[in-house]
Ligand binder design. Structure first.
Ligand SMILES: NC(=O)C1=CN([C@@H]2O[C@H](COP(=O)(O)OP(=O)(O)OC[C@H]3O[C@@H](n4cnc5c(N)ncnc54)[C@H](O)[C@@H]3O)[C@@H](O)[C@H]2O)C=CC1
Ligand SMILES: O=C(O)[C@@H]1CCC=N1
Length: 237
């Protein structure tokens, strides 16, 4: 595997992952079969224009850029290219990404399976229609930020109630991890799992009542919709 970045500090990051850093985008393409484009959305076409002459039949081009449609990738790379869009998220760094993908250009089911296998090594990936990729971006692409913010706030709550910061943060993070595992492993509706925690006249309903008063459900829904709409806007920049 080879990578590149005009920023030397970023090359060091690749090297720290044990990945060879080469001098430019053309060298990446010449030494790869699956080419990942991970630049900011507005630079995707620039990079694809730069390498389009070197892209051969064997190459699968994967863009992880938010908002940039397959049609734009096709225009910049050429319409005979095997193109795939993926929206991953940062927990891929710990083998727990939640990702979705869609195929375009000349990409085949086999190409899709190759990319699915690569992402399955670092989490879960779902195949979706391209029209759903902005929603995926708003939910799981941006989602880690919502959860980190929530963990930070829960930890603050623990500190406010008297816990030491380090224990509070670990309790908050482990609570999110354990709760997510329960949803995935039991397959039960989250509302049912919530009710299992909520004793009549107990502590949990007192906390849940405060969250409902603050409109936390609408806040999460609005966050996902706003980020999804922003992904649509990025397509037009
Ligand atoms: N950060 C995240 O959680 C996620 C980001 N994405 C997508 O990944 C892409 C990158 O996002 P970030 O990593 O947050 O941005 P970033 O700004 O940290 O990384 C982009 C890198 O591209 C490099 N670059 C700029 N021009 C280049 C060129 N011509 N050739 C090669 N490299 C070049 C920059 O030096 C920079 O290191 C974006 O398109 C974003 O939508 C997708 C899913 C999650
Ligand atoms: O904030 C962003 O635009 C990128 C895309 C998904 C997550 N981060």
């Amino acid at each position: 595997m080879v990578c590149t970045d005009p920023n030397p500090a970023r090359k060091d990051v690749f090297r720290n992952f044990g990945v060879k850093a080469v001098d430019g985008n053309l060298e990446v393409v010449q030494n790869s079969e699956v080419v990942f484009i991970a630049v900011k959305p507005q630079y995707v076409s620039v990079v694809l224009n730069e390498v389009r002459g070197s892209l051969k039949e064997k190459h699968i081009v994967v863009s992880i850029a938010a908002g940039i449609p397959l049609a734009t990738l096709k225009e910049a790379a050429g319409d005979d290219k095997h193109l795939i869009r993926v929206m991953p998220n940062t927990p891929c760094l710990v083998g727990e990404t939640a990702a979705a993908m869609c195929l375009g250009g000349r990409a085949t089911e086999e190409d899709g399976n190759v990319v699915e296998k690569l992402f399955s090594a670092v989490g879960s990936i779902f195949k979706v229609d391209e029209k759903l990729l902005s929603a995926v971006t708003g939910l799981s692409g941006s989602g880690p930020a919502y959860i980190f913010l929530m963990i930070e706030a829960l930890a603050d709550g623990g500190v406010r109630a008297g816990l030491p910061r380090d224990i509070s943060q670990q309790l908050a993070a482990q609570t999110v991890l354990g709760s997510a595992k329960m949803v995935l492993e039991t397959g039960k509706h989250p509302g049912v799992l919530k009710d299992m925690v909520t004793s009549p006249a107990g502590t949990t309903i007192a906390g849940v009542h405060e969250l409902e008063k603050a409109g936390v459900r609408a806040a999460f829904i609005n966050a996902v919709v706003a980020a999804s709409n922003r992904a649509d806007e990025l397509a037009k920049l």
